[in-house]
Ligand binder design. Structure first.
Ligand SMILES: Cc1ncc(COP(=O)(O)O)c(C=O)c1O
Length: 359
């Protein structure tokens, strides 16, 4: 019987269990308080941002980031054609109009394509899979053209641009902490930023827009987007292992590179942290066959995101010319990429990938 190899799974240690248990035994109120504050401080300091605001998930983080920046109905927000659906849905939820932009061969937003559309008010740049693409150039472009830049860094905590960490690009960055992210707390998200006014807007939106903390007098409309210290206890414990996880992810890619031909395995820069190991097939049909073949060997894989422009409900969305992203998105397969994988697992998966391509 072949061992089941998952595409990804959370990496929870005894230490994590102990930290959460200790928190539960501490008599605290479980809801958001000091442990969340500590997690916020640690992450903000790691990515070099002034503020960090924990929220229930990455989707809400993008949504609140847009609202707090004043993006609403009548505003146009550029989004790359290859990303998880949350990125564009948060724009739609905020009432703004998404404009889909092509990607370059880093699979991140193409600056050339962005430049081809006019009247953009905000851009969401996604360091997809931990790759940073033209992030810095797009940051310069947005600054020069007075465009708000939001970095959807859901995949990229631990990855870096040339002189700055993912989580620090543009006006606002967001993170996600679902079980397949580099660190997890089950669900969870974070907004990272430097601007005092936008920070205050975020806090108002997140905490019922109270006149002052704990008062029941409200300056205006606001909701409840708090998390719990119970989650943050796990988040903090995981954050303390971030460097270890970054190291494992980089070694994982190096190990795969020893066995799988570079024409199939997409590369990373040294300062980038691979989130998932992505394999390029010739086309959609070959990808489907490879997925089936690996599945017969108990190896779980996942198709990379279909392009946004292929989703039926987004057919009416404004778009740039999408020549690169539409085709490439159908040929990428994500191999097992969990930090729990052993070198034997990687060798086994790689051998099966090679068996498929060589026959
Ligand atoms: C690029 C990207 N943005 C946003 C999100 C949404 O994050 P969450 O699932 O925490 O809402 C995800 C989730 O996987 C994502 O991959």
């Amino acid at each position: 019987m072949l061992k089941m190899i998952s595409q990804v799974e959370p990496n929870i240690s005894n230490e994590d269990v102990q930290n959460v248990t200790e928190y539960m035994s501490s008599g605290s109120w479980i809801t958001e308080h000091k442990v969340t504050e500590k997690l916020e401080e640690n992450v903000a300091s790691y990515v070099n941002r002034k503020y960090s605001v924990a929220v229930p998930n990455g989707t809400i983080a993008i949504y609140l980031g847009l609202l707090a920046s004043g993006i609403k109905e009548g505003y146009k927000v550029a989004v790359p054609n290859i990303t998880m659906i949350a990125t564009i849905n948060a724009i739609i939820w905020a009432g703004a109009q998404p404009v889909i932009i092509d990607t370059d061969n880093s699979l991140c937003m193409s600056l050339e394509s962005l430049n081809s559309v006019s009247d953009i008010d905000a851009v969401i740049f996604v360091p997809l899979n931990g790759r940073t693409g033209s992030g810095i150039e797009i940051q310069d472009y947005c600054k020069k053209n007075d465009i708000i830049l939001i970095e959807d860094s859901a995949h990229a905590l631990g990855s870096s641009y040339l002189n700055q960490k993912c989580g620090s690009l543009g006006n606002i960055s967001i993170l996600s902490f679902t079980p397949h992210k580099i660190i997890t707390m089950g669900q969870g998200g974070m907004v990272l930023l430097d601007d005092d006014d936008v920070y205050q807007n975020l806090i108002d939106l997140k905490t019922f827009n109270r006149e002052k903390d704990k008062s029941d007098v409200h300056k205006g409309f606001g909701l409840n987007f708090k998390i719990t210290d119970l989650q943050a206890a796990l988040g903090l414990s995981q954050f303390n292992k971030l460097e270890e996880f970054i190291d494992i992810k980089k070694k994982l890619h190096n190990e795969y590179s020893k066995f799988i031909d570079g024409k199939y395995l997409k590369q990373f820069e040294d300062i980038e942290t691979p989130w998932f190991i992505d394999l390029y097939c010739d086309d959609q049909k070959q990808r489907e066959e490879l997925k089936l073949y690996l599945s017969s060997k108990n190896i779980e894989t996942r198709y990379s995101y279909p392009s946004l422009s292929s989703q039926s409900y987004l057919q009416g969305t404004k778009k740039a010319k999408l020549s690169y992203s539409e085709e490439i998105s159908d040929s990428i397969l994500w191999l097992p990429s969990s930090t729990n994988l052993t070198n034997e697992d990687i060798k086994f998966v790689s051998n099966e990938v090679n068996n498929f391509f060589n026959n």
